[in-house]
Design a protein around this ligand. Structure first.
Ligand code: F6P
Length: 591
């Protein structure tokens, strides 16, 4: 019988050998695979570590229109949240010429006035929410009496939540900087109203000196090297660079509340380069509309040696980048004043009684500072057209113009005042009857409560600016009408016409169109009024002033993060220490 045992042993040894070889090869393969995977992982980790340089941070919100911003319900709470989360420890400093609260002597008493200013009504709720510091010219006759030894006062008086720091200006400073350069020079330069700008060297010197004085105050009020400074308007074109030189790490956001002219018009200004250089000290320069951003960028392109990245709306000048963005300003929602007012029926009754209007007379209103950019005279023309072509409306419609006195020592404003009175008298003489005065011209300051009561009493609100950055009266009227009634006539040359599309949009220079629009407004059915008003209220609610400020603060936070990232990866900061050039960033990313 054959011995099978050896037969069995031989194949078993070969098998073991075979298994060993297979296991060896597999282990080797596994080791190679693992090592490759480890290498890949390490490489990925290395890429991730180097990521901040290459992966772009979230894009800046452009024109306040990013999808994320649109989903947010903007409120004071949202602003506080942004500050706490995105800008912890940031000190917010607001700078404007006009102060939010004016203390005036009234015999032995002191009277508190909130000025008629869109800028003030927009910034006040924000500064409250941020518990910031507001630096402004102390122009009230009792302003010096109520401040502490550091020229500060806690406001609002009824519920102090932020600090107002007053800056004192001499008569000469006020004359040269405010009335002269700002209001006889820049104001007519920036508004297409065909009023010739006046530029005097002495005004320019005062403007420079006052900007310097405010820069000193900002530096004195800054608690650290990196405040967020919100510079307001055409009174302070030189201030951003002056602050930048002394607080290189500050985030400076300058908002220009009025239009920016095209570069041809801007070239009229003898100090055009200095103005542009001053503004380009800002981290961000903001305007109400993209159109005015484009005009500003074109002006820089024409007059300064700079690099412009139009796609990013970024300008590199003198080694520093400024972003140029559109942030459409708005009002608070719900307006605080609204809560204190009675219902619309009661407001109507009270306003009619106050101005001696019969019950069946339809009321058109205009509310603003007495300014030649507002198209007040064109409203008189519109009323004249209506009453001339449709005499059946004589006795049935009245126009109430509330005009807060403004810059009254300047000839252009005095002429407007006289012309308004003359035309109002003329219309009243031609169309007035016993007990019927078609035009009521009231050139007095009105409180916000009084203004809101008038909005609520009106059938039609006329906002017919010849040129206007935004115009907040249009938005206030819409906000005031929680009854969803009333018609807004809105100039196509006001920034608000880009948002309030359901208004009756008019060209104030076209008398026929204005007269027709007035007739259309007066005959509009309640149902159509409701539909239009509902839509406009949604727009103002969603794009309220907290969104305006929040968009700027978010942009400020993103700038700050960029600086932090660039520091962490050792990228060379720009000479101002502010932001890394977007252009350089892009070049690095492309390598
Ligand atoms: O329109 C820009 C603006 O700064 C407004 O905020 C304000 O109504 C006006 O100009 C300035 O008015 P005043 O010269 O009376 O401060």
């Amino acid at each position: 019988m054959p011995d099978n045992s050896s037969y069995l042993v031989v194949p078993s040894a070969a098998l073991w050998l075979f298994i060993l070889v297979i296991v060896g090869i597999s282990s080797l393969t596994l080791a190679v695979v693992l090592s490759r995977a480890r290498q890949a992982r390490n490489a990925k980790l290395a890429r991730m570590e180097a990521g901040p340089v290459r992966s772009p941070l979230p894009e800046f919100e452009k024109n306040g229109q990013s999808a994320a911003a649109a989903l947010v319900q903007w409120s004071p709470e949202t602003l506080r949240h942004i500050l706490a989360k995105e800008l912890p420890d940031a000190q917010v400093i607001v700078v404007s010429n006009r102060e939010p609260y004016i203390h005036n002597r009234d015999g032995d008493d002191i009277q508190l006035v909130v000025p008629a200013s869109g800028l003030v009504s927009a910034l006040e709720p924000i500064t409250r929410a941020c518990a910031g510091t507001w630096i402004a010219y102390g122009g009230g006759s009792a302003d010096t009496l109520v401040v502490d030894e550091n020229d500060r006062i806690a406001v609002p008086p009824e519920n102090p939540s932020y600090t107002l720091r007053r800056v004192w200006l001499s008569e000469e400073e006020q004359q040269g900087y405010y009335l002269g350069f700002a209001n006889e020079g820049l104001w007519p330069l920036c508004h297409i109203a065909f009023t010739r700008p006046i530029f005097r060297a002495s005004d320019w010197e005062a403007y420079e000196a006052v900007n310097r004085k405010f820069a000193d105050t900002v530096v004195a009020e800054a608690r650290n090297e990196r405040p967020i400074v919100l510079v307001q308007d055409y009174h302070f074109a030189l201030l951003p660079r002056m602050i930048r030189e002394r607080l290189p790490e500050a985030i400076i956001i300058t908002f220009w509340h009025i239009p920016w002219p095209n570069s041809e018009v801007f070239s009229i200004c003898p100090w055009r380069e200095k103005i542009l250089e001053g503004l380009l000290g800002s981290s961000i320069v903001g305007f109400h509309t993209q159109f005015h951003c484009n005009n500003f960028i074109d002006s820089v392109d024409r007059f300064l040696e700079s690099r412009i990245e139009r796609e990013d709306s970024a300008i590199s000048y003198g080694g520093q980048i400024s972003l140029v963005h559109a942030y459409p300003i708005s009002i608070e929602w719900e307006p605080a004043r609204q809560a204190q007012l009675p219902d619309v029926a009661e407001c109507r009754r009270h306003v009619r009684e106050k101005f001696g209007l019969a019950d069946d007379v339809r009321l058109c209103v205009g509310v603003e500072r007495l300014d030649y950019t507002k198209g007040i005279l064109d409203r008189f023309t519109a009323l004249d057209e209506l009453l001339r072509l449709h005499p059946e409306w004589i006795g049935k419609v009245a126009f109430l113009q509330i005009a807060a006195p403004s810059r009254g020592t300047l000839p252009a404003y005095q002429q407007l005042h006289d012309e308004c009175l003359r035309q109002a008298e003329d219309l009243n003489r031609r169309y007035g009857r016993d007990g019927y005065t078609p035009v009521l011209m009231v050139t007095e300051h009105h409180s916000q409560e009084q203004v809101y009561e008038i909005y609520r009493a009106a059938d039609v609100c006329m906002v017919t600016s010849l040129h206007d950055g935004m115009n907040l009266v249009a938005k206030e009227f819409v906000a005031a009408r929680d009854d969803e009634q009333g018609v807004l006539l809105l100039s196509m040359f006001a920034g608000a016409s880009k948002e309030l599309l359901e208004a009756l949009i008019v060209n104030p220079y076209d008398a026929t169109m204005m007269g027709d629009a007035l007739l259309q407004a007066l005959t509009m059915s309640p149902d159509e009024q409701r539909q239009r008003m509902q839509r406009m209220r949604e727009v103002v609610r969603d794009n309220n002033v907290y969104r305006w400020a929040g968009s700027m603060l978010l942009d400020a936070a993103r700038l700050r993060k960029r600086v932090a990232v660039d520091r962490a990866v050792g990228a060379a900061p720009t000479s101002s220490g502010n932001v890394i050039s977007l252009l350089d960033r892009r070049r690095v990313a492309a390598l």
